[in-house]
Design a binder for this molecule. Sequence first.
Ligand code: SF4
Length: 248
Amino acid sequence: MNATPLPEPACERCGTCCRKGGPALHAEDAHLFSGEDALELSAVVTFRRGEPMFDQVLGRAVPLQEELLKLRGVYGAWTCAHYDARSRACGLYDRRPAECRALSCQDTAPLAAMYAKNRLRRADLLPKGHAIHAVIAEHEALVPVERIAPLAELLRAGGQEGLDAQDELSRMALADKAFRKSLAERAGIAPEYHEFFLGRAAAALFAAAGLSLRDDARLGCRVQPDPLWRPEAASPNANLKSASEPLP
Ligand code: SF4
């Protein structure tokens, strides 16, 4: 006798996964950015290759191997901007992203199987041959994310190498600031789009590496170790969706 298959576990719409973070986007989500109800690029935050993220599957922070686009959060957190807390509903439900479709609280295997595959990149959402590609490439070269963590270590260790690291970090912070200013003033790209085109600002990247960034009247900016920062403070998030989560 054939056993009757058990019904799929139903989503109880508790909203936990949406409050813990919007999804990372995949190639099959590109449709969200075309057509009548297209999302603006300002709805997306770019996490650049080399940024440390908490990997839910591995259970530890690792540098991103490839850039990752994530739907923006609200309320100063990562609660998905498309989640309506009052009705506990998704504003994109009929066309919600692939990770949202894959996630089930009762069985995270389907999400774990797909979360690192076919991720959408900035270049996939920009016109081929547009001058903005060169701007992004120049920014990547002048503000290389993968340099931040090792330079932060040198700065914390002190000595001449620490001072040199502080100089390099300061140059990176100033270059990042200049790029964002230029995007707004010369290219007319409003600040709400900058986290898509250039990723998170230097202050956020430095904070994830335990550094604070302050304006300085003489030097332009000052980069210092944050005395309260502890690497282990980046606590795991039980949510698997957006299997890579930003560090605080
Ligand atoms: S897109 Fe919808 S289902 Fe996905 S995290 Fe946002 S609110 Fe939740």
